[in-house]
Design a protein around this ligand. Structure first.
Ligand SMILES: Cc1cc2nc3c(=O)[nH]c(=O)nc-3n(C[C@H](O)[C@H](O)[C@H](O)COP(=O)(O)OP(=O)(O)OC[C@H]3O[C@@H](n4cnc5c(N)ncnc54)[C@H](O)[C@@H]3O)c2cc1C
Length: 435
């Protein structure tokens, strides 16, 4: 096996895999590797999410500029890719409901943001109580924003297919391989894998999802921020509820500045339905169960208390919201009741099967505030992506192209052929669109 690479990407989630896809298409003679600790790509957050290809209506075009732009272009790119590769992509739409007048004014704001972010009149419309009743008789609400340009898919299948393409263009995927130490020598990175042996890279890309902050800290970057992990849990509902609605249903979050969206009614691409996710604070990006959380509790608490996260932990509003989430983790009925507010027909007693939980890692700055947008950091011979949260899967392709273009333009990582064809797209045409 080769031990020296031009570029090593840490993280085989949807983002790291997409970056490798563009890099390998644009640089046929560079040696590129993706390192992933799990036995397959998309094993963590990228394969454990709600599976929505989101239209960008929830994102403030100023505060969440990158997420909004990437989601807008990502939708079209995934649609094209799915068609080409015969992967599932169902345009089933999403309905955002308001339960009172205050919520309706939030929907008006979302409508405006959606249009500012590129949606057209026939992609999104605001309906009143009577109008929505005609389309979705089971939904109880004051008003509803119908977003027709929203779809369902399986991001694990997408990531695996992108990996296959990337391999064909020369990327090496080192699976079951954990980066355990990173050191800088004069003109190269020395990366220890599995606590066992060393490999080398001229340039490092940190796309490590829930561990991206730790890796950035290890190489001396982003020292002022820290992260907090939230487990999003789901409940699968029995088949008799599968045709309750034609679209997924979200409700207006009460505190959008915190990472607590109320659980949704979700239509999965295979036709099944789920309720979720909540956002339960946990102590590791892999804190799916008790054992890992107990093990990581003390080190994570100490880290948080010594950083800006301390302010968030002692914030009364945050504490109240966190308790609410913990309650909905301990009690199925508490969780189901949050959806029952707008879908009264659901009976918690009939729901018995848990879905697959996924964990998001939100960044907190030194003032104890949650950072709204993705953080991109250049450093000497390395690039770091932090806070890559929802709708990160939707935006992964254009955002990955943007990163590769940025590294090329800044001459950190000069591309051999920036006009190259990347699957169904010409790279420079993607860049023209997303600029
Ligand atoms: C509950 C939930 C629901 C969501 N729903 C949606 C949705 O409907 N639509 C949408 O667009 N987005 C959604 N998202 C967001 C989306 O899933 C993420 O933005 C996206 O998957 C992030 O991808 P990633 O590649 O950055 O991270 P990840 O998928 O977490 O990948 C990072 C990878 O790095 C690896 N890694 C970390 N450290 C190391 C190391 N030291 N050595 C080797 N490997 C390492 C990890 O094993 C992991 O596989 C959701 C997120 C959550 C949590």
């Amino acid at each position: 096996m080769t031990h020296s690479f031009d570029v090593i990407i840490i993280g085989g989630g949807i983002l790291g895999t997409s970056i490798s896809y563009f890099l390998s298409n644009l640089n046929k003679s560079k040696k590129i590797a993706v390192i992933e600790q799990a036995h397959n790509v998309a094993f963590h957050t990228s394969g454990r999410n709600t599976g929505k290809v989101h239209a960008p209506y929830l994102y403030n075009p100023e505060k969440k500029k990158f997420f909004a732009k990437s989601a807008f272009h990502g939708y079209e790119m995934w649609e094209t890719y799915a068609k080409l590769k015969k992967l599932p992509f169902k345009k089933d739409g999403v309905i955002e409901v308001a339960l009172d007048e205050k919520g309706t004014s939030v929907l008006e704001k979302y409508l405006k943001w959606g249009k500012q972010n590129g949606l057209e009149d026939n992609d999104i419309e605001l309906l009143n109580k009577e109008e929505i009743k005609k389309i979705e008789p089971e939904i109880k609400c004051e008003s509803a924003l119908c977003v027709y340009k929203d779809a369902s898919t399986d991001y694990s299948l997408f990531t695996n297919s992108i990996m296959k393409d990337s391999k064909e263009s020369g990327t090496v995927f080192l699976l079951d391989t954990r980066v355990t130490k990173i050191e800088k020598e004069k003109d190269r990175w020395v990366i220890t894998i599995n606590d066992d042996r060393e490999i080398y890279a001229k340039f490092l890309i940190n796309a490590a999802g829930g561990e991206a902050v730790n890796i950035a800290h290890d190489v001396g970057v982003a020292k002022k921020v820290t992260d907090v992990h939230f487990r999003g849990e789901y409940w699968r509902v029995p088949k008799e509820y599968n045709s309750l609605t034609k679209s997924s249903v979200y409700s207006v979050p009460e505190f959008p500045e915190y990472p607590f969206l109320d659980p949704h009614w979700i239509l999965r691409v295979d036709g099944s339905c789920e309720i979720g996710p909540n956002a339960v604070p946990v102590f590791s990006p892999y804190g799916y169960g008790k054992v890992k959380n107990i093990k990581e509790f003390i080190p994570k608490m100490l880290e948080m208390l010594g950083s800006g996260a301390r302010k968030a932990i002692f914030d009364k509003q945050f504490q109240e919201l966190a308790i609410n989430e913990i309650q909905s983790s301990m009690s199925k009925t508490a969780m189901v009741n949050r959806v029952k507010k707008f879908l009264p027909k659901i009976n918690a007693d009939k729901i018995t099967e848990k879905g697959t939980a996924g964990i998001r890692s939100s960044i907190i700055d030194e003032n104890g505030k949650f950072v709204p947008d993705v953080i991109q950091m250049d450093d000497e011979a390395s690039f770091h992506i932090l806070n890559y949260n929802s709708p990160g899967a939707t935006g992964a392709l254009p955002f990955a192209a943007h990163i590769v273009n940025h590294l090329n333009e800044k001459e950190f990582l000069k591309c051999e052929d920036p006009q190259a064809q990347c699957g169904p797209w010409k790279f420079n045409e993607i860049i023209e669109k997303i600029k």
